[in-house]
Structure formats: structure tokens, C-alpha cells
Ligand binder design. Structure first.
Ligand code: NDP
Length: 405
């Protein structure tokens, strides 16, 4: 029987734990470990109640390679699913190569002191993984993750060459709080307050944060203000999608979210350098994260839908065409199934699917890989049956989902 180690017991860890338990025939003995073991125990109790599957729990500091190595050896894991924070990616990868165990994550490495995320340091471990005869699958969430697989699927089935891709991430959910983030507040706010960036004709073009706004019309949601952000999947997609000339990423934000964020930024609350406060050093962003609602607590309050997809234009047999592949998730249905809101759900389900394909040997290779490097078909099939059904719209070349053109 296989053995699975999940690290991280936040919103995403909860969904991964549930979904692995629902696929226990693949995942076998499942251990959920995190810094705060009581969070693992609560999830394990809920999973047992709803699925009948017993999870083991453990405490680990994932910043410590030696603690991780000890835990991996104790659990005899066949795979480590990292759904802690991006800061832990490198230590967990090192522990995997030391113990010879496959690795998967959902977000690329970030240094705590620099709000910059890129694959450089994780890709640099490719030889280390090859030498250890194991595999790392990077970014197996929704975006990155499913969006990469959508691009690979479009390339395989709809185009000879894709020329432009717009990744469109719409969360039309409402949790009723004036301001809260749907996943880890620190990671989320670092991402959206950073400069925007997109890639065109071989170069990265930088924009001010939220400088470019477009209104896209999302099926089952409607038109929404969408802002250009830098997002990590673009860095690997420009390497792997044939003939690409431009790739951009847009995310929806409401007026209230942006006003709160601007205000917090203006008063210094998004700072990531420590400041002196009454004789103590505090990092403003960390303090803000303490004040904000825990994303895992948004589940019972969140209503509405997410709609995330890719809008690709290119040529097939000499004819220009446009394809839109997207997935819609309902927050309340997620809560009914696994006690989670939709953003954690849409991240946790693909993490489970990536790990399932690795454990079953369907996606297997030695070294460090991004999602679009594998055959997208088995992943797309799993999405259909594991809770994230998707749709394809074939549009004529001039069609656009944008309403402000
Ligand atoms: P949360 O903050 O809710 O949970 C993070 C978990 O990691 C917590 O249980 C936390 O423990 C644990 N943790 C943090 N540091 C350590 C450490 N040093 N050792 C052990 N455990 C640690 O985050 P989310 O669940 O919202 O997000 C999880 C991951 O998913 C993040 O990397 C995020 O970037 C990624 N993500 C990816 C998306 C995608 O589509 N690709 C979308 C959304 C999120 P404690 O409880 O003690 O703080």
C-alpha cells in the first residue's frame, strides 16, 4: 500500500486531505503534518466523520530539513504533497532528495524577505532530483496548475501554434467581510501589490500594480473588472508553448478590495521589512495577516462562483481560431463537500490529481517538471470526475470575451 505525506494544514491542506481520503485506494496511508498539529487533528476528525478514512497527524517545522527528513523516514512516504507556504519549497525539496521521495507543490518558491517569485531556484534542483531518481511536479494547483494543463490541452487538440494566451481568473464569491483574502493573506497581498508583468515578443513588460484593467465577460458570472498581474505559470509556459507571441494574466478585484488594499499600502501595512514597535520588531504584513480572517474560516460564509480559464488564439491548418477553456466552481458546493471555500478547493483538488497521476505512474519522469510538460489528457479526465468539470468554447477568430474592446 502507498504512503502519502501532506505538509500544511491550512485551507488548501484541508481540501487535499479530504480529496486524498476520497481516493484512499491510490493514496493508502495518509499523514497530515504541519507546524500546528491541532489544525491537522481538526481536519483529521472532519475527514473521518465525512469519509470514514483515518489520517495520521504529526507536527513538523518545514523550514528544517532535518525535521522533514525524520518525518519522511518515519512515515515511509512515497510522495510529499507540499501545501505549506512557498517559503518552505526548497527545504521540502531538499528533504525529498535526501530521502528519495517524489515531491509536489502548488506555488513557486518565494524568499520571505523579497516579494519576488520565480522558478529559478526550483529548476536549479533538476539534476539533484535526477541524481536521486525521483520527480518534482511544480505548481499543481489551479493557477498555476490547471491553467498550465489547459494550455497544454489547447496546444495538443486545437492548435498547430498558439500565438496569444490570456489567463483569466475570476472569483465572484462574496464572504461578507469588508476585507479578507481567499488564501494565505501574506502570499496573496504580496502577489497583488507587486508590479504587473506580461510577456510579448520575447520580452517581459513591466506595469505599475493594477495599471492595466480590462472588462472580461465570464460565463455564468458576467462582466468583471480584471487587472493585469504577474503570475508564475507564465514563466514556464513561455518555454513550453510553441509559437507563443504574448501571454498575460488577469484577475478580478472589486472596488472595495482595491480601496482597502491601497489604504493598507499607503499606511505601510503591506511592508515586509521589520519595524520597531514599543521595543519589539514586527513585520507589518505579518501583523496584518494576524488581524485578517483565516482563509480556512471563510468556507461557511462564502457564496457565488469562481471562473478560471485560458483564452487562446492561434492557427490550426492555416486558419486562425480562438479557444476558451474554463472551469466554474460554486463556493457553497465546495463547503458542502469538504468544508472549504472554492479557492482552497480549486487549489487542493488539482494537487491531489497531480499526486494521483504520479503515484499511479501516469505522470512519471525523473527531475523537476512543470505541469504543461506532461500529457494533459489524463489530468483533464480526472478534473471531470474529481469535482472540477471544465468546458471548451470554440470561437471564431474575431470573437472576444472582452466587453471593453
Ligand atoms: P494557509 O496559510 O491557510 O496554510 C498554510 C499552512 O502551512 C498552515 O497550516 C501553516 O501552519 C503551515 N505552515 C506554514 N509554515 C510552516 C512551517 N514552517 N512548517 C510547517 N508548516 C507550516 O495557506 P493556504 O492553505 O491558503 O495555501 C497553501 C499553499 O497553497 C500556499 O503555498 C499558497 O501559495 C498555495 N496556493 C496555490 C494556489 C494555486 O492555484 N496554485 C491558489 C491558492 C493557494 P500554521 O497553521 O501553524 O500557520
Amino acid at each position: 500500500m502507498k504512503k502519502t505525506l501532506i505538509i500544511g494544514a491550512g485551507g488548501v491542506g484541508n481540501v487535499v486531505a479530504f480529496k486524498c481520503a476520497m481516493n484512499v485506494q491510490t493514496f493508502g496511508n495518509i499523514t497530515l503534518a504541519s507546524r500546528t498539529v491541532s489544525k491537522c487533528d481538526t481536519i483529521a476528525t472532519n475527514v473521518k466523520e465525512k469519509t470514514g478514512v483515518t489520517l495520521s497527524t504529526a507536527t513538523v517545522d518545514a523550514d528544517s530539513v532535518s525535521e522533514l527528513v525524520e518525518l519522511i523516514n518515519t512515515t515511509q512516504a512515497d510522495i510529499v504533497i507540499n501545501v505549506a507556504l512557498p517559503y518552505q519549497d526548497l527545504t521540502i525539496m531538499d528533504a525529498c532528495t535526501q530521502t528519495g521521495v517524489d515531491y509536489l507543490d502548488t506555488a513557486n518558491y518565494e524568499h520571505p524577505d523579497t516579494a519576488k517569485f520565480e522558478y529559478k531556484e526550483q529548476w536549479a534542483k533538476d539534476q539533484q532530483f535526477k541524481d536521486a531518481n525521483i520527480m518534482a511536479l511544480l505548481g499543481s494547483g489551479f493557477d498555476p496548475g490547471v491553467t498550465n494543463v489547459f494550455c497544454a490541452y489547447a496546444q495538443k487538440h486545437y492548435f498547430d501554434e498558439i500565438h496569444t494566451i490570456d489567463i483569466l481568473d475570476c472569483n465572484a464569491g462574496d464572504h461578507g467581510y469588508p476585507f479578507a483574502t481567499n488564501f494565505n493573506p501574506e502570499i496573496n497581498l504580496r502577489e497583488v501589490s507587486a508590479k504587473g508583468r506580461y510577456w510579448e515578443n520575447g520580452s517581459w513588460i513591466e506595469t505599475d500594480p493594477m495599471e492595466i484593467k480590462q472588462v472580461w465577460d465570464y460565463p455564468e458570472v458576467g462582466p468583471k473588472d480584471s487587472y493585469l498581474l504577474y503570475h508564475e505559470e507564465m514563466e514556464s509556459l513561455i518555454k513550453h508553448i510553441k509559437g507563443l507571441k504574448r501571454i498575460r494574466f488577469f484577475m478580478t478585484f472589486g472596488e472595495s478590495y482595491l480601496t482597502h488594499m491601497k489604504c493598507l499600502e499607503n499606511v505601510g501595512m503591506l511592508g515586509i521589512k521589520s519595524v520597531e514597535h514599543k521595543g519589539q520588531k514586527i513585520i507589518p504584513m505579518e501583523f496584518l495577516a494576524t488581524l485578517l480572517p483565516d482563509p480556512a474560516s471563510l468556507g461557511p460564509r462564502t457564496k457565488g462562483k469562481t471562473n478560471i480559464g485560458i483564452f487562446a488564439k492561434g492557427v490550426k491548418d492555416g486558419v486562425e481560431k480562438t479557444v476558451y477553456i474554463y472551469q466554474i466552481t460554486d463556493h457553497e458546493s465546495c463547503y458542502a463537500e469538504v468544508l472549504s471555500q472554492g479557492v482552497s478547493y480549486t487549489t487542493g483538488v488539482p494537487a491531489m490529481i497531480g499526486a494521483k497521476l504520479m503515484l499511479e505512474g501516469t505522470w512519471q519522469a525523473k527531475g523537476v517538471y512543470n505541469m504543461e510538460q506532461f500529457n494533459p489528457d489524463p489530468f483533464m479526465d480526472e478534473l471531470m470526475t474529481q469535482g472540477l468539470p471544465w468546458k471548451v468554447m470554440e470561437l471564431d477568430a474575431n470573437d472576444t470575451r472582452r466587453v471593453d474592446t
